[in-house]
Design a protein around this ligand. Structure first.
Ligand SMILES: Cc1ncc(C[n+]2csc(CCOP(=O)(O)OP(=O)(O)O)c2C)c(N)n1
Ligand code: SF4
Length: 277
């Protein structure tokens, strides 16, 4: 494959207007890969199945739109076979945390140097809006997220940042598709980190999310900035912690903050990078 300066293929994305997947595609192809100077032919980009998983078709690197839930497994195999490649896995909340959930702890504990970008749009979008493990619950009697297309989940929500921390991913971050500069930075840091990097991206599904869902997330979001105080809900400013991404205890505490109450954006935890260049 020729080392093209352009990281986009000629294919036109078939995502709906207003889909958050565009932000991620632009972040990767217009800024992250060019900024890091990673050659197209040195990059392998793999996904599962879903709207977000269409991304490899639009990125001019080696890539695969593979099987539902199996992106990290294929990413792991690719990295073991070709350690010289930058390997990125992408997929939806359904993909990574429903059908593919069994693979994650094992890829994490091997701490293989891959970057996993989990596009959290809170539903199964490709199959038209069914609940996923991340679909927020309605509060009985309040119902802020009720719409005719959005059925409330029955099972408790799985908090993926908390899950990734408890399995000790060596880099854990959360961004939002509407703040692209911050997202660029998180993905760049995740790729530079040598070890398993997990990045959750809160992403609107323009077609199947009720609009109030993402409005609420944006309104409540707060940034984690190293060296600055993190005020947790129900704690006074005097009790604020100073954010330190190397502090796993703090990261575990931050992961207890309910996503819909205060979506935290930034690097939750970053362990030591593996030795290497
Ligand atoms: C083995 C298998 N089971 C089920 C499906 C049907 N299916 C396709 S995409 C999808 C879920 C998509 O949701 P998500 O992974 O969250 O991605 P999104 O479309 O929201 O980006 C499902 C269940 C499939 N393609 N393969
Ligand atoms: S259904 Fe939702 S996630 Fe899928 S392309 Fe449309 S807006 Fe994006």
């Amino acid at each position: 494959m020729t080392d093209f300066a352009n990281y986009r293929t000629g294919l036109k994305p078939i995502w709906c207007a207003g889909c958050g997947n565009f932000s991620l595609l632009n972040a990767l192809t217009k800024r992250v890969l060019p900024n890091l100077g990673i050659a197209n032919h040195r990059t392998f980009f793999v996904s599962g199945i879903g709207c977000s998983s269409r991304a490899p078709a639009y990125v001019n690197t080696f890539g695969l739109n593979s099987i539902h839930g199996r992106a990290v497994v294929i990413a792991q195999g690719a990295k073991l076979a070709r350690p010289d490649l930058t390997v990125i896995a992408i997929g939806g909340d359904g993909d990574f945390f429903s059908i593919g959930a069994g693979h994650l702890p094992h890829v994490v504990r091997r701490n293989i140097d891959i970057t996993c970008i989990m596009v959290n749009n809170f539903i199964y979008a490709l199959t038209k809006g069914q609940v996923s493990p991340t679909t927020p619950h309605l509060k009985r009697g309040e119902g802020p997220f009720l719409s005719t297309e959005f059925y409330p989940p029955v099972d408790p929500l799985l908090d993926m940042v908390a899950y990734s921390l408890s399995t000790r991913s060596s880099f854990i971050a959360q961004g939002i598709a509407t703040d692209v500069r911050h997202l660029d930075w998180l993905i760049e840091e995740g790729i530079k980190h040598r070890g398993f990097s997990y990045i959750s991206v809160l992403t609107p599904c323009a077609t199947f999310n009720p609009p109030e869902l993402f409005d609420t997330i944006k309104e409540n979001a707060s940034y984690l900035i190293e060296g600055e105080p993190v005020q947790l809900p129900l704690e006074s400013i005097e009790d604020a912690w100073i954010h330190d991404p190397s502090n796993i205890g703090l990261a575990l505490r931050l992961a207890q903050v309910p996503l819909m109450e205060r979506p935290l954006l930034g690097i939750f935890f970053q362990g030591k990078s593996l030795p290497g260049e």
